[in-house]
Design a protein around this ligand. Structure first.
Ligand code: M6R
Length: 615
Protein backbone atom coordinates (compact mmCIF):
# COMPACT_ATOMS: atom_id res chain seq x y z
CA UNK A 1 0.00 0.00 0.00
CA UNK A 2 1.07 3.66 -0.21
CA UNK A 3 2.22 5.37 -3.37
CA UNK A 4 5.64 6.93 -3.81
CA UNK A 5 6.87 9.38 -6.44
CA UNK A 6 10.24 11.01 -7.01
CA UNK A 7 11.77 13.32 -9.58
CA UNK A 8 15.33 14.47 -10.27
CA UNK A 9 16.08 16.54 -13.35
CA UNK A 10 15.87 20.00 -14.88
CA UNK A 11 12.10 20.55 -14.53
CA UNK A 12 10.14 21.85 -11.56
CA UNK A 13 9.48 18.72 -9.51
CA UNK A 14 6.33 19.96 -7.74
CA UNK A 15 3.74 19.53 -10.53
CA UNK A 16 5.21 16.17 -11.55
CA UNK A 17 5.25 14.77 -8.04
CA UNK A 18 1.79 16.07 -7.13
CA UNK A 19 0.19 14.81 -10.37
CA UNK A 20 1.97 11.49 -9.83
CA UNK A 21 0.58 11.25 -6.30
CA UNK A 22 -2.92 11.90 -7.63
CA UNK A 23 -2.48 8.98 -10.02
CA UNK A 24 -1.20 6.76 -7.25
CA UNK A 25 -3.89 7.73 -4.77
CA UNK A 26 -5.60 4.39 -5.42
CA UNK A 27 -2.76 2.88 -3.36
CA UNK A 28 -3.60 4.84 -0.21
CA UNK A 29 -5.17 8.15 0.61
CA UNK A 30 -5.21 8.86 4.34
CA UNK A 31 -2.33 11.35 4.35
CA UNK A 32 0.20 12.76 1.90
CA UNK A 33 3.45 14.69 1.82
CA UNK A 34 6.14 16.14 -0.37
CA UNK A 35 9.71 17.35 0.02
CA UNK A 36 11.36 19.66 -2.54
CA UNK A 37 15.00 20.64 -2.85
CA UNK A 38 15.70 23.90 -4.67
CA UNK A 39 19.50 23.75 -4.76
CA UNK A 40 19.88 25.35 -1.34
CA UNK A 41 17.06 24.24 0.94
CA UNK A 42 14.81 21.27 1.36
CA UNK A 43 11.20 22.17 2.15
CA UNK A 44 8.72 19.70 3.56
CA UNK A 45 4.95 19.77 3.52
CA UNK A 46 2.70 17.00 4.79
CA UNK A 47 -0.83 16.63 5.92
CA UNK A 48 -3.53 14.24 6.98
CA UNK A 49 -6.02 13.82 4.14
CA UNK A 50 -5.84 13.45 0.41
CA UNK A 51 -3.42 14.75 -2.21
CA UNK A 52 -5.83 17.63 -2.83
CA UNK A 53 -5.34 18.69 0.81
CA UNK A 54 -1.57 18.45 0.40
CA UNK A 55 -1.73 20.56 -2.73
CA UNK A 56 -3.77 23.25 -1.01
CA UNK A 57 -1.38 23.31 1.97
CA UNK A 58 1.82 23.30 -0.16
CA UNK A 59 0.57 26.10 -2.38
CA UNK A 60 -0.61 28.11 0.60
CA UNK A 61 2.82 27.73 2.24
CA UNK A 62 4.60 28.36 -1.06
CA UNK A 63 6.35 25.01 -1.06
CA UNK A 64 6.41 24.46 -4.81
CA UNK A 65 9.98 25.12 -5.96
CA UNK A 66 12.81 22.72 -6.66
CA UNK A 67 14.20 20.30 -9.22
CA UNK A 68 14.36 17.36 -6.89
CA UNK A 69 11.22 16.12 -5.20
CA UNK A 70 9.87 13.14 -3.29
CA UNK A 71 6.18 12.57 -2.57
CA UNK A 72 4.08 10.02 -0.75
CA UNK A 73 0.41 9.10 -0.41
CA UNK A 74 -0.21 6.88 2.59
CA UNK A 75 -2.28 3.93 3.75
CA UNK A 76 -1.46 3.81 7.43
CA UNK A 77 0.18 0.73 8.93
CA UNK A 78 2.27 2.03 11.85
CA UNK A 79 0.71 5.07 13.50
CA UNK A 80 -2.62 6.75 12.88
CA UNK A 81 -3.06 8.93 9.80
CA UNK A 82 -1.96 12.41 10.90
CA UNK A 83 0.45 15.14 9.80
CA UNK A 84 3.35 13.77 11.84
CA UNK A 85 3.09 10.19 10.67
CA UNK A 86 2.71 11.25 7.03
CA UNK A 87 5.82 10.80 4.83
CA UNK A 88 8.45 12.02 3.90
CA UNK A 89 10.42 11.54 7.11
CA UNK A 90 13.66 13.31 8.01
CA UNK A 91 16.56 11.75 9.85
CA UNK A 92 17.60 13.33 13.18
CA UNK A 93 20.20 15.61 11.57
CA UNK A 94 17.68 16.71 8.94
CA UNK A 95 20.12 15.72 6.20
CA UNK A 96 18.37 12.57 4.96
CA UNK A 97 14.77 12.33 3.89
CA UNK A 98 12.86 9.18 2.93
CA UNK A 99 9.60 7.97 1.41
CA UNK A 100 8.60 4.36 1.97
CA UNK A 101 5.93 1.91 0.86
CA UNK A 102 5.91 -1.28 2.93
CA UNK A 103 6.51 -2.42 6.47
CA UNK A 104 9.72 -2.78 8.45
CA UNK A 105 8.79 -5.63 10.77
CA UNK A 106 11.81 -5.41 13.10
CA UNK A 107 11.58 -1.64 13.47
CA UNK A 108 10.93 -1.96 17.23
CA UNK A 109 14.31 -3.48 18.08
CA UNK A 110 16.13 -1.11 15.69
CA UNK A 111 14.36 1.85 17.27
CA UNK A 112 15.39 0.77 20.77
CA UNK A 113 19.00 0.36 19.65
CA UNK A 114 18.99 3.80 18.02
CA UNK A 115 17.36 5.41 21.06
CA UNK A 116 20.20 4.04 23.18
CA UNK A 117 22.56 5.92 20.87
CA UNK A 118 20.66 9.14 21.39
CA UNK A 119 18.28 9.13 18.45
CA UNK A 120 14.82 10.58 18.98
CA UNK A 121 11.64 10.03 16.99
CA UNK A 122 8.79 12.36 16.15
CA UNK A 123 6.40 9.85 14.59
CA UNK A 124 5.10 6.36 15.34
CA UNK A 125 6.28 5.06 11.98
CA UNK A 126 8.67 2.28 11.05
CA UNK A 127 9.88 4.53 8.22
CA UNK A 128 11.38 7.16 10.51
CA UNK A 129 13.33 4.36 12.16
CA UNK A 130 14.70 3.25 8.79
CA UNK A 131 15.92 6.70 7.75
CA UNK A 132 17.68 7.09 11.08
CA UNK A 133 19.27 3.67 10.78
CA UNK A 134 20.63 4.75 7.39
CA UNK A 135 21.95 7.95 8.90
CA UNK A 136 23.53 6.14 11.82
CA UNK A 137 25.33 3.72 9.47
CA UNK A 138 26.37 6.52 7.11
CA UNK A 139 28.04 8.43 9.96
CA UNK A 140 29.48 5.45 11.80
CA UNK A 141 30.92 3.72 8.74
CA UNK A 142 31.75 7.00 7.00
CA UNK A 143 30.24 5.74 3.77
CA UNK A 144 28.23 7.31 0.98
CA UNK A 145 24.44 7.28 1.02
CA UNK A 146 24.16 4.30 -1.38
CA UNK A 147 26.42 2.12 0.77
CA UNK A 148 24.62 3.17 3.97
CA UNK A 149 21.26 2.25 2.41
CA UNK A 150 22.64 -1.12 1.34
CA UNK A 151 24.01 -1.94 4.81
CA UNK A 152 20.80 -0.78 6.50
CA UNK A 153 18.55 -2.81 4.23
CA UNK A 154 20.54 -5.93 5.03
CA UNK A 155 19.55 -5.38 8.66
CA UNK A 156 15.84 -4.91 8.20
CA UNK A 157 13.11 -7.54 7.92
CA UNK A 158 10.01 -6.64 5.97
CA UNK A 159 8.96 -5.10 2.72
CA UNK A 160 9.91 -1.82 1.16
CA UNK A 161 10.03 0.41 -1.86
CA UNK A 162 12.00 3.44 -0.74
CA UNK A 163 13.59 6.57 -2.12
CA UNK A 164 16.15 8.47 -0.03
CA UNK A 165 17.71 11.86 -0.62
CA UNK A 166 20.68 13.47 1.16
CA UNK A 167 20.66 17.27 1.11
CA UNK A 168 24.43 17.34 1.77
CA UNK A 169 24.95 15.55 -1.56
CA UNK A 170 22.04 16.77 -3.59
CA UNK A 171 22.81 15.17 -6.93
CA UNK A 172 21.37 11.74 -6.33
CA UNK A 173 18.40 9.75 -5.10
CA UNK A 174 18.85 6.21 -3.82
CA UNK A 175 15.92 3.84 -4.35
CA UNK A 176 15.47 0.21 -3.32
CA UNK A 177 12.85 -2.52 -3.45
CA UNK A 178 11.78 -5.67 -1.68
CA UNK A 179 8.20 -6.87 -1.90
CA UNK A 180 6.71 -3.50 -2.92
CA UNK A 181 6.83 -2.32 -6.53
CA UNK A 182 9.18 0.36 -7.81
CA UNK A 183 9.56 1.69 -11.34
CA UNK A 184 12.21 4.14 -12.54
CA UNK A 185 11.33 6.26 -15.56
CA UNK A 186 14.30 7.13 -17.75
CA UNK A 187 13.98 10.48 -19.48
CA UNK A 188 16.54 12.70 -21.16
CA UNK A 189 18.76 13.95 -18.30
CA UNK A 190 15.92 13.30 -15.91
CA UNK A 191 14.64 10.40 -13.85
CA UNK A 192 11.37 9.50 -12.20
CA UNK A 193 10.67 7.07 -9.40
CA UNK A 194 7.21 5.71 -8.72
CA UNK A 195 5.18 2.79 -7.42
CA UNK A 196 3.97 2.25 -10.96
CA UNK A 197 4.66 3.92 -14.29
CA UNK A 198 1.53 6.11 -14.34
CA UNK A 199 3.19 9.22 -12.79
CA UNK A 200 5.69 9.56 -15.61
CA UNK A 201 3.86 8.22 -18.61
CA UNK A 202 3.67 11.59 -20.40
CA UNK A 203 7.43 12.12 -20.00
CA UNK A 204 8.96 8.83 -21.03
CA UNK A 205 8.14 5.37 -22.36
CA UNK A 206 11.26 3.82 -20.90
CA UNK A 207 11.27 2.32 -17.45
CA UNK A 208 13.32 0.02 -15.29
CA UNK A 209 11.35 -2.14 -12.87
CA UNK A 210 13.56 -2.92 -9.90
CA UNK A 211 13.56 -6.56 -8.87
CA UNK A 212 13.32 -7.59 -5.24
CA UNK A 213 16.53 -6.94 -3.30
CA UNK A 214 17.83 -4.45 -5.83
CA UNK A 215 18.71 -0.83 -5.29
CA UNK A 216 19.34 2.02 -7.71
CA UNK A 217 21.63 5.01 -7.42
CA UNK A 218 20.10 7.68 -9.61
CA UNK A 219 22.48 10.51 -10.47
CA UNK A 220 21.21 13.90 -11.60
CA UNK A 221 21.82 14.37 -15.34
CA UNK A 222 23.83 11.16 -15.53
CA UNK A 223 22.63 7.62 -15.12
CA UNK A 224 21.03 4.90 -13.03
CA UNK A 225 23.23 2.23 -11.48
CA UNK A 226 21.57 -0.90 -10.17
CA UNK A 227 23.10 -3.13 -7.50
CA UNK A 228 22.05 -6.19 -5.58
CA UNK A 229 21.35 -5.33 -1.98
CA UNK A 230 22.59 -8.59 -0.47
CA UNK A 231 26.02 -8.77 -2.04
CA UNK A 232 26.46 -5.28 -3.50
CA UNK A 233 27.07 -6.66 -7.01
CA UNK A 234 26.26 -4.45 -10.03
CA UNK A 235 23.32 -5.50 -12.24
CA UNK A 236 22.84 -4.51 -15.89
CA UNK A 237 19.54 -2.61 -16.04
CA UNK A 238 16.79 -3.88 -18.33
CA UNK A 239 14.82 -1.01 -19.83
CA UNK A 240 11.18 -1.85 -20.63
CA UNK A 241 9.22 -0.06 -23.28
CA UNK A 242 5.92 0.97 -21.68
CA UNK A 243 2.59 0.17 -23.34
CA UNK A 244 0.60 2.56 -21.14
CA UNK A 245 -1.02 5.69 -22.49
CA UNK A 246 -2.46 8.72 -20.76
CA UNK A 247 -6.04 7.99 -21.80
CA UNK A 248 -5.95 4.68 -19.95
CA UNK A 249 -5.17 6.33 -16.63
CA UNK A 250 -7.57 9.28 -16.84
CA UNK A 251 -11.31 9.36 -16.28
CA UNK A 252 -12.17 10.42 -19.83
CA UNK A 253 -15.38 12.19 -18.93
CA UNK A 254 -16.69 9.61 -16.46
CA UNK A 255 -17.48 10.78 -12.94
CA UNK A 256 -15.46 7.98 -11.41
CA UNK A 257 -12.81 5.48 -12.45
CA UNK A 258 -15.11 2.69 -11.28
CA UNK A 259 -17.83 3.76 -13.72
CA UNK A 260 -15.31 4.11 -16.53
CA UNK A 261 -13.93 0.66 -15.78
CA UNK A 262 -17.43 -0.88 -15.66
CA UNK A 263 -18.06 0.57 -19.12
CA UNK A 264 -14.69 -0.59 -20.41
CA UNK A 265 -15.63 -4.23 -19.88
CA UNK A 266 -16.77 -5.03 -23.45
CA UNK A 267 -13.40 -3.84 -24.79
CA UNK A 268 -11.44 -5.33 -21.90
CA UNK A 269 -12.97 -8.77 -22.46
CA UNK A 270 -12.14 -8.50 -26.16
CA UNK A 271 -8.57 -7.54 -25.27
CA UNK A 272 -8.39 -10.59 -23.03
CA UNK A 273 -9.38 -13.06 -25.73
CA UNK A 274 -7.80 -11.23 -28.68
CA UNK A 275 -5.29 -13.48 -30.43
CA UNK A 276 -6.16 -16.35 -28.12
CA UNK A 277 -9.66 -17.23 -29.22
CA UNK A 278 -9.36 -18.35 -32.84
CA UNK A 279 -12.76 -19.42 -34.01
CA UNK A 280 -11.80 -20.01 -37.65
CA UNK A 281 -9.00 -22.35 -36.70
CA UNK A 282 -11.14 -23.95 -33.98
CA UNK A 283 -8.44 -23.45 -31.37
CA UNK A 284 -7.41 -21.44 -28.34
CA UNK A 285 -3.84 -20.20 -28.44
CA UNK A 286 -2.18 -19.67 -25.07
CA UNK A 287 1.57 -20.04 -24.92
CA UNK A 288 1.72 -20.30 -21.13
CA UNK A 289 -0.58 -23.32 -21.24
CA UNK A 290 0.83 -24.92 -24.41
CA UNK A 291 4.39 -24.83 -23.08
CA UNK A 292 3.33 -26.63 -19.92
CA UNK A 293 0.42 -28.69 -21.18
CA UNK A 294 1.62 -32.10 -20.08
CA UNK A 295 2.40 -30.94 -16.56
CA UNK A 296 -0.95 -29.21 -16.14
CA UNK A 297 -3.01 -32.05 -17.58
CA UNK A 298 -1.25 -34.53 -15.32
CA UNK A 299 -2.16 -32.49 -12.22
CA UNK A 300 -3.91 -34.47 -9.52
CA UNK A 301 -5.44 -31.26 -8.26
CA UNK A 302 -5.64 -27.57 -9.07
CA UNK A 303 -5.36 -25.23 -6.11
CA UNK A 304 -6.46 -21.66 -6.74
CA UNK A 305 -5.09 -19.00 -4.40
CA UNK A 306 -6.30 -15.40 -4.38
CA UNK A 307 -7.89 -12.66 -2.26
CA UNK A 308 -11.05 -10.57 -2.48
CA UNK A 309 -12.59 -10.25 -5.91
CA UNK A 310 -9.85 -12.39 -7.43
CA UNK A 311 -10.86 -15.15 -5.00
CA UNK A 312 -14.42 -14.86 -6.32
CA UNK A 313 -13.10 -15.26 -9.86
CA UNK A 314 -11.28 -18.35 -8.56
CA UNK A 315 -14.60 -19.75 -7.30
CA UNK A 316 -16.15 -19.27 -10.74
CA UNK A 317 -13.12 -21.04 -12.19
CA UNK A 318 -13.71 -23.98 -9.84
CA UNK A 319 -17.06 -24.57 -11.52
CA UNK A 320 -15.61 -24.15 -15.01
CA UNK A 321 -12.58 -26.39 -14.46
CA UNK A 322 -14.47 -29.18 -12.74
CA UNK A 323 -17.23 -28.98 -15.35
CA UNK A 324 -15.02 -28.92 -18.41
CA UNK A 325 -11.67 -30.44 -17.45
CA UNK A 326 -12.69 -32.84 -14.66
CA UNK A 327 -9.66 -32.05 -12.49
CA UNK A 328 -10.51 -31.49 -8.80
CA UNK A 329 -10.16 -27.85 -7.79
CA UNK A 330 -9.74 -26.23 -4.39
CA UNK A 331 -10.07 -22.49 -3.99
CA UNK A 332 -8.17 -21.00 -1.10
CA UNK A 333 -7.93 -17.61 0.52
CA UNK A 334 -4.22 -16.95 0.07
CA UNK A 335 -4.04 -15.49 3.59
CA UNK A 336 -5.30 -18.74 5.13
CA UNK A 337 -3.44 -21.07 2.80
CA UNK A 338 -0.05 -19.57 3.56
CA UNK A 339 -0.35 -20.06 7.32
CA UNK A 340 -2.18 -23.36 7.71
CA UNK A 341 0.46 -25.90 6.77
CA UNK A 342 -1.45 -27.03 3.67
CA UNK A 343 -0.77 -30.33 1.95
CA UNK A 344 0.88 -29.42 -1.36
CA UNK A 345 2.72 -31.81 -3.62
CA UNK A 346 4.64 -31.66 -6.87
CA UNK A 347 1.54 -33.14 -8.55
CA UNK A 348 -0.47 -30.01 -7.76
CA UNK A 349 -0.89 -27.06 -10.06
CA UNK A 350 -1.42 -23.80 -8.22
CA UNK A 351 -3.20 -21.00 -10.04
CA UNK A 352 -2.62 -17.60 -8.43
CA UNK A 353 -5.10 -14.91 -9.45
CA UNK A 354 -4.37 -11.24 -8.84
CA UNK A 355 -5.25 -8.02 -10.61
CA UNK A 356 -2.32 -6.07 -9.20
CA UNK A 357 0.08 -8.99 -9.05
CA UNK A 358 1.35 -7.46 -5.81
CA UNK A 359 -1.02 -8.82 -3.14
CA UNK A 360 1.26 -9.87 -0.28
CA UNK A 361 -0.74 -12.92 0.81
CA UNK A 362 -1.07 -14.28 -2.73
CA UNK A 363 2.63 -13.77 -3.32
CA UNK A 364 3.47 -15.61 -0.09
CA UNK A 365 1.09 -18.46 -1.03
CA UNK A 366 2.92 -18.85 -4.35
CA UNK A 367 6.29 -18.98 -2.65
CA UNK A 368 5.01 -21.65 -0.28
CA UNK A 369 3.59 -23.70 -3.17
CA UNK A 370 6.90 -23.47 -5.00
CA UNK A 371 8.81 -24.65 -1.95
CA UNK A 372 6.65 -27.78 -2.01
CA UNK A 373 7.38 -28.40 -5.68
CA UNK A 374 4.02 -27.35 -7.12
CA UNK A 375 3.83 -25.78 -10.56
CA UNK A 376 2.57 -22.20 -10.27
CA UNK A 377 0.53 -20.50 -12.98
CA UNK A 378 -0.19 -16.79 -12.50
CA UNK A 379 -3.24 -14.93 -13.79
CA UNK A 380 -2.43 -11.24 -13.39
CA UNK A 381 -3.41 -7.95 -14.96
CA UNK A 382 -0.34 -5.87 -14.23
CA UNK A 383 2.43 -6.85 -16.61
CA UNK A 384 5.74 -7.55 -14.93
CA UNK A 385 4.18 -7.54 -11.45
CA UNK A 386 5.71 -9.56 -8.62
CA UNK A 387 3.22 -12.44 -8.90
CA UNK A 388 3.67 -12.60 -12.68
CA UNK A 389 7.42 -12.80 -12.20
CA UNK A 390 7.28 -15.27 -9.34
CA UNK A 391 5.05 -17.74 -11.27
CA UNK A 392 6.49 -20.52 -13.45
CA UNK A 393 4.13 -19.55 -16.28
CA UNK A 394 1.03 -17.46 -16.66
CA UNK A 395 -1.51 -15.55 -18.67
CA UNK A 396 -2.20 -11.84 -18.46
CA UNK A 397 -5.76 -10.58 -18.45
CA UNK A 398 -4.89 -7.47 -20.51
CA UNK A 399 -7.71 -5.49 -18.86
CA UNK A 400 -5.70 -2.25 -18.88
CA UNK A 401 -5.05 -0.25 -15.71
CA UNK A 402 -7.75 -0.66 -13.07
CA UNK A 403 -7.65 2.38 -10.80
CA UNK A 404 -10.98 2.28 -8.91
CA UNK A 405 -10.41 0.45 -5.64
CA UNK A 406 -13.45 -1.72 -6.31
CA UNK A 407 -12.46 -4.35 -8.86
CA UNK A 408 -14.78 -4.56 -11.84
CA UNK A 409 -13.13 -5.25 -15.18
CA UNK A 410 -10.44 -7.25 -13.39
CA UNK A 411 -13.14 -9.74 -12.32
CA UNK A 412 -14.74 -10.26 -15.72
CA UNK A 413 -11.40 -10.48 -17.53
CA UNK A 414 -10.10 -12.97 -14.97
CA UNK A 415 -13.16 -15.13 -15.61
CA UNK A 416 -12.58 -14.75 -19.35
CA UNK A 417 -8.97 -15.89 -19.21
CA UNK A 418 -9.76 -18.74 -16.79
CA UNK A 419 -12.53 -19.93 -19.11
CA UNK A 420 -10.13 -19.89 -22.05
CA UNK A 421 -7.66 -21.96 -20.03
CA UNK A 422 -10.35 -24.46 -19.05
CA UNK A 423 -11.52 -24.77 -22.66
CA UNK A 424 -7.97 -25.21 -23.90
CA UNK A 425 -7.32 -27.95 -21.35
CA UNK A 426 -10.68 -29.63 -22.03
CA UNK A 427 -9.95 -29.70 -25.75
CA UNK A 428 -6.41 -31.02 -25.26
CA UNK A 429 -7.69 -33.70 -22.90
CA UNK A 430 -10.51 -34.67 -25.27
CA UNK A 431 -13.13 -33.79 -22.66
CA UNK A 432 -15.27 -31.57 -24.87
CA UNK A 433 -16.93 -32.34 -28.20
CA UNK A 434 -16.00 -30.31 -31.25
CA UNK A 435 -19.54 -28.91 -31.38
CA UNK A 436 -19.61 -27.84 -27.75
CA UNK A 437 -16.12 -26.36 -28.02
CA UNK A 438 -17.14 -24.34 -31.03
CA UNK A 439 -20.37 -23.26 -29.34
CA UNK A 440 -18.38 -22.01 -26.36
CA UNK A 441 -15.94 -20.08 -28.55
CA UNK A 442 -18.76 -18.47 -30.55
CA UNK A 443 -20.61 -17.55 -27.38
CA UNK A 444 -17.43 -16.13 -25.80
CA UNK A 445 -16.95 -13.98 -28.86
CA UNK A 446 -20.51 -12.70 -28.48
CA UNK A 447 -20.04 -11.77 -24.80
CA UNK A 448 -18.68 -8.19 -25.29
CA UNK A 449 -21.82 -7.20 -27.24
CA UNK A 450 -23.98 -8.78 -24.54
CA UNK A 451 -22.10 -6.91 -21.81
CA UNK A 452 -22.72 -3.75 -23.83
CA UNK A 453 -26.44 -4.59 -23.87
CA UNK A 454 -26.41 -5.22 -20.10
CA UNK A 455 -24.91 -1.77 -19.57
CA UNK A 456 -27.80 -0.13 -21.42
CA UNK A 457 -30.30 -0.69 -18.60
CA UNK A 458 -28.29 1.64 -16.38
CA UNK A 459 -31.16 4.10 -15.86
CA UNK A 460 -33.43 1.34 -14.63
CA UNK A 461 -30.70 0.17 -12.21
CA UNK A 462 -30.27 3.76 -11.06
CA UNK A 463 -33.97 3.90 -10.24
CA UNK A 464 -33.82 0.64 -8.26
CA UNK A 465 -30.78 2.04 -6.44
CA UNK A 466 -32.78 5.10 -5.40
CA UNK A 467 -35.45 2.84 -3.89
CA UNK A 468 -33.04 0.79 -1.75
CA UNK A 469 -30.16 3.18 -1.11
CA UNK A 470 -31.04 3.61 2.57
CA UNK A 471 -31.41 -0.08 3.39
CA UNK A 472 -29.02 -1.04 6.16
CA UNK A 473 -28.63 -4.62 4.91
CA UNK A 474 -28.72 -6.53 1.64
CA UNK A 475 -28.66 -10.21 0.78
CA UNK A 476 -27.30 -11.58 -2.50
CA UNK A 477 -28.24 -15.08 -3.61
CA UNK A 478 -27.11 -17.26 -6.47
CA UNK A 479 -26.54 -20.91 -7.29
CA UNK A 480 -23.90 -22.77 -9.26
CA UNK A 481 -21.81 -20.46 -11.42
CA UNK A 482 -23.71 -17.51 -10.00
CA UNK A 483 -23.03 -18.22 -6.34
CA UNK A 484 -19.59 -16.53 -6.58
CA UNK A 485 -21.29 -13.65 -8.42
CA UNK A 486 -23.59 -13.22 -5.40
CA UNK A 487 -20.50 -13.02 -3.17
CA UNK A 488 -18.93 -10.49 -5.51
CA UNK A 489 -22.12 -8.38 -5.64
CA UNK A 490 -22.19 -8.25 -1.83
CA UNK A 491 -18.50 -7.34 -1.62
CA UNK A 492 -18.95 -4.52 -4.15
CA UNK A 493 -21.84 -3.05 -2.20
CA UNK A 494 -20.17 -3.17 1.20
CA UNK A 495 -16.80 -1.86 0.13
CA UNK A 496 -18.05 1.27 -1.61
CA UNK A 497 -21.38 2.09 0.06
CA UNK A 498 -20.66 0.74 3.59
CA UNK A 499 -23.97 -1.12 3.59
CA UNK A 500 -23.79 -4.50 5.26
CA UNK A 501 -24.29 -7.17 2.61
CA UNK A 502 -23.96 -10.96 2.52
CA UNK A 503 -23.72 -13.33 -0.38
CA UNK A 504 -25.12 -16.84 -0.03
CA UNK A 505 -25.80 -19.90 -2.11
CA UNK A 506 -29.58 -19.54 -2.56
CA UNK A 507 -30.35 -22.96 -1.09
CA UNK A 508 -28.43 -22.17 2.11
CA UNK A 509 -31.06 -19.59 3.04
CA UNK A 510 -33.19 -22.08 4.88
CA UNK A 511 -30.23 -23.10 7.05
CA UNK A 512 -30.11 -19.78 8.84
CA UNK A 513 -30.12 -16.51 6.88
CA UNK A 514 -33.84 -16.75 6.10
CA UNK A 515 -34.38 -15.61 9.70
CA UNK A 516 -33.15 -12.18 8.57
CA UNK A 517 -35.91 -11.74 6.00
CA UNK A 518 -38.61 -9.18 6.67
CA UNK A 519 -40.24 -6.42 4.64
CA UNK A 520 -37.13 -4.23 5.09
CA UNK A 521 -34.68 -6.67 3.51
CA UNK A 522 -33.74 -6.30 -0.16
CA UNK A 523 -32.62 -9.63 -1.61
CA UNK A 524 -30.80 -9.62 -4.92
CA UNK A 525 -31.39 -13.00 -6.54
CA UNK A 526 -29.54 -14.15 -9.63
CA UNK A 527 -32.12 -16.23 -11.43
CA UNK A 528 -31.02 -16.69 -15.02
CA UNK A 529 -32.69 -19.38 -17.14
CA UNK A 530 -29.53 -21.45 -17.45
CA UNK A 531 -28.47 -22.68 -14.05
CA UNK A 532 -30.90 -24.27 -11.56
CA UNK A 533 -33.66 -21.87 -12.57
CA UNK A 534 -36.59 -23.79 -11.02
CA UNK A 535 -34.72 -24.25 -7.75
CA UNK A 536 -33.94 -20.55 -7.56
CA UNK A 537 -37.58 -19.72 -8.32
CA UNK A 538 -38.56 -21.83 -5.28
CA UNK A 539 -36.03 -19.90 -3.17
CA UNK A 540 -37.58 -16.64 -4.38
CA UNK A 541 -41.00 -17.89 -3.29
CA UNK A 542 -39.64 -18.68 0.17
CA UNK A 543 -38.34 -15.11 0.48
CA UNK A 544 -41.54 -13.63 -0.92
CA UNK A 545 -43.72 -15.46 1.57
CA UNK A 546 -41.64 -13.84 4.32
CA UNK A 547 -42.19 -10.39 2.75
CA UNK A 548 -38.60 -9.86 1.58
CA UNK A 549 -38.05 -7.45 -1.32
CA UNK A 550 -36.80 -9.20 -4.45
CA UNK A 551 -34.51 -7.71 -7.06
CA UNK A 552 -34.15 -10.44 -9.69
CA UNK A 553 -31.30 -10.65 -12.18
CA UNK A 554 -33.04 -12.55 -14.95
CA UNK A 555 -32.62 -13.67 -18.53
CA UNK A 556 -34.14 -11.30 -21.07
CA UNK A 557 -37.82 -12.08 -21.62
CA UNK A 558 -38.31 -13.91 -18.31
CA UNK A 559 -41.87 -13.65 -17.03
CA UNK A 560 -41.98 -16.03 -14.09
CA UNK A 561 -39.53 -14.25 -11.79
CA UNK A 562 -40.87 -10.92 -13.02
CA UNK A 563 -44.32 -11.84 -11.69
CA UNK A 564 -42.88 -12.46 -8.20
CA UNK A 565 -40.09 -9.90 -7.90
CA UNK A 566 -40.35 -6.26 -6.89
CA UNK A 567 -37.91 -5.39 -9.67
CA UNK A 568 -36.06 -7.34 -12.29
CA UNK A 569 -32.95 -6.47 -14.26
CA UNK A 570 -32.56 -8.34 -17.52
CA UNK A 571 -29.35 -9.70 -19.02
CA UNK A 572 -29.05 -11.40 -22.42
CA UNK A 573 -29.08 -15.18 -22.65
CA UNK A 574 -25.83 -17.11 -22.85
CA UNK A 575 -24.51 -20.57 -21.99
CA UNK A 576 -24.47 -21.34 -18.27
CA UNK A 577 -20.70 -21.21 -17.84
CA UNK A 578 -20.56 -17.68 -19.21
CA UNK A 579 -23.49 -16.20 -17.26
CA UNK A 580 -21.22 -14.68 -14.57
CA UNK A 581 -19.79 -12.37 -17.23
CA UNK A 582 -23.26 -10.88 -17.66
CA UNK A 583 -24.92 -11.19 -14.24
CA UNK A 584 -21.99 -9.34 -12.64
CA UNK A 585 -22.67 -6.17 -14.64
CA UNK A 586 -25.97 -5.08 -13.00
CA UNK A 587 -24.52 -5.83 -9.56
CA UNK A 588 -21.56 -3.55 -10.25
CA UNK A 589 -23.90 -0.77 -11.42
CA UNK A 590 -26.26 -1.25 -8.48
CA UNK A 591 -23.44 -0.86 -5.94
CA UNK A 592 -21.98 2.08 -7.87
CA UNK A 593 -25.25 4.06 -7.96
CA UNK A 594 -26.14 3.30 -4.34
CA UNK A 595 -22.67 4.46 -3.23
CA UNK A 596 -22.93 7.67 -5.26
CA UNK A 597 -26.44 8.36 -3.92
CA UNK A 598 -25.16 7.88 -0.36
CA UNK A 599 -22.41 10.42 -1.00
CA UNK A 600 -19.60 7.87 -0.66
CA UNK A 601 -16.21 8.26 -2.25
CA UNK A 602 -16.56 5.51 -4.83
CA UNK A 603 -12.99 5.38 -6.09
CA UNK A 604 -11.39 5.76 -2.69
CA UNK A 605 -13.58 4.00 -0.12
CA UNK A 606 -12.60 4.45 3.49
CA UNK A 607 -9.95 2.19 5.03
CA UNK A 608 -9.10 0.51 1.72
CA UNK A 609 -6.32 0.64 -0.83
CA UNK A 610 -6.07 -0.82 -4.29
CA UNK A 611 -3.20 -3.20 -3.82
CA UNK A 612 -2.79 -4.85 -0.48
CA UNK A 613 0.95 -5.27 -0.19
CA UNK A 614 0.87 -5.85 3.56
CA UNK A 615 -0.42 -8.98 5.23
O1 M6R B 1 -4.81 -7.22 -6.85
P1 M6R B 1 -5.57 -8.41 -6.34
O2 M6R B 1 -6.51 -8.98 -7.34
O3 M6R B 1 -4.66 -9.48 -5.80
O4 M6R B 1 -6.40 -7.87 -5.13
C1 M6R B 1 -7.18 -8.71 -4.34
C2 M6R B 1 -8.13 -7.92 -3.48
O5 M6R B 1 -7.43 -7.05 -2.63
C3 M6R B 1 -9.12 -7.10 -4.31
O6 M6R B 1 -9.82 -7.91 -5.19
C4 M6R B 1 -10.11 -6.38 -3.39
O7 M6R B 1 -10.93 -7.31 -2.74
C5 M6R B 1 -10.96 -5.38 -4.18
N1 M6R B 1 -11.07 -4.15 -3.45
C6 M6R B 1 -12.34 -5.84 -4.43
O8 M6R B 1 -13.08 -4.92 -5.15
Amino acid sequence: MCGIVGYIGPREAYPIVVKGLERLEYRGYDSAGIVLYDGKNAQLCKTKGKVADLKAKAENENITKGNIGLGHTRWATHGVPNDVNAHPHYSNSGDLVIIHNGIIENYGSIKTALEKRGYTFQSDTDTEVLVNLIEYIKNKEEVKLGKAVQIALNQVIGAYAIAVFDRTKPDEIVAAKLGSPLAIGIGEDEFFIASDASPFIEFTNNAIYLEDEQMAIIKLGRDVKIREIKNDKPVAPFVHELQLNLEQIEKNGYDHFMLKEIHEQPEAIKDTYRGRLRINEGIIKMAGIEDNLEKILKAKRIIIVACGTSWHAGLVAEYIFEDLVRIPVEVEYASEFRYRNPVITSEDVVIAISQSGETADTLAAIKLAKQHGAFVFGVCNVVGSSIARESHAGAYTHAGPEIGVASTKAFTTQITVLTLIALKLAQSKGMISKTDFHKYLAEMEAIPAKVEESLKVDDHIKYISSVYKDSPNFLYLGRGYNFPVALEGALKLKEISYIHAEGYPAAEMKHGPIALIDEQMPVVVIATKKGHYEKVVSNIQEIKSRKGKIIGIVTKGDTEVKSMADYVIEVPETIEGLTPLLTTIPLQLLSYHIAVMRGCNVDQPRNLAKSVTVE
